[in-house]
Design a protein around this ligand. Sequence first.
Ligand code: NAD
Ligand code: DAU
Length: 364
Amino acid sequence: MDSMIVTGGAGFIGANFVRLALARTSHRVIVLDKLTYAGNLESLRDVECEPRFAFVRGDICDGALVAQLLREHRPRWLVNFAAESHVDRSIDGPGAFVQTNTVGTFELLEAARLWASELPESARRAFRFLHVSTDEVYGTLGPTGSFSESTPYAPNSPYAASKAGADHLVRAYHETYGVPTLITNCSNNYGPFQYPEKLIPLVLLNALEGKALPIYGDGLNVRDWLYVEDHCDGILRVLERGVPGEKYNIGGHGELTNLVLVDTLCALLDELRPVAGNAALAGRPEVRRYADLKTFVADRPGHDRRYAIDAGRIERELGWQPSHAIADGLAATVRWYLDNRAWCDAVQAGKYARERLGGIRESR
Ligand code: NAD
Ligand code: DAU
């Protein structure tokens, strides 16, 4: 039976990917995850008993552990989701981002290079090292245009820079050593199991608790939203059909300003959990609908204005298309957060209280 090692599989996209990979492939799936604040076994509860699933708690920066896992499981695919992923936290403390995102990816590459060099020719040719990256490596766009695979890198946050460094190492390991690497650069994901520090779950949970909905700056920054299952489907497609040494942008033409997105989420909550029946808003006559909770706050330092993905290559060359319209995906996401308050409480408990992050004091 083929195996795959999935790093960061207890995080948001990783957990969604593990579920899809178990359903769509016959591979054994071995998750390597450090279980930082963002990694939670609660996100994998329904697959824990699956005989093709195994979990290893560990750090991708631990080269000896990675080498041992490669020898033990002989994976056909290694998929690297493990990362510090939150831009605001990278402003407060960039060191962990450089360590995990850049040095950690280097340790994975080095272990994979040494292990693959000893494989028989056929196994070496079948092996794929897929590095999951972001559109943020390309920097920011003006009002028009989109990022293609040949857009020059211009990262603006410590997070984006640490991911860009990793992408360059992945490319170098293909060019120099012939490691069969693939890189995917995806736009903003949304959907189940996203940690409540990110805009969509933060807005939903704050609204339900009658708290302010913080809009950075003027709220006109644009993000290109993709339902997480479509991203995971794209990664599987790249693993199956991608050309080693190539990179593929993934995005679903889902551009929205933050203000439009927050208004859409508020309107969905108004429909599914009206303010009038929400005990957290009892005695607050000034809040007639959730959008009344919107509050403009100081901007994120270095806040990229607009992202938009040109996904033409993966669509043309690998036949991938997103299958969730943004309206449907957002409605499904709102319903998921309404139905999974216990998960939301568990992953925040003792670690995070939806406080403002992101170097705001230093930037004033
Ligand atoms: P996440 O923060 O939800 O999860 C990250 C996971 O990595 C967690 O389970 C965490 O415990 C684990 N991890 C962190 N450091 C580790 C280490 N040193 N060793 C092993 N495990 C470690 O992140 P996410 O949003 O699921 O993002 C996953 C990947 O996709 C990241 O590489 C990110 O850069 C990329 N990406 C994310 C988005 C997005 O919108 N969320 C978009 C494009 C690309
Ligand atoms: O583009 C892909 C990237 O998308 C991924 O690489 C990152 O891992 C992921 O975190 C995400 O980064 P963003 O910075 O775009 O996501 P975030 O949810 O933090 O913010 C989305 C937008 O909303 C951004 O313009 C900042 C704004 N924002 C965010 C928060 C948390 C607010 O206005 N208020 C908030 O409270």
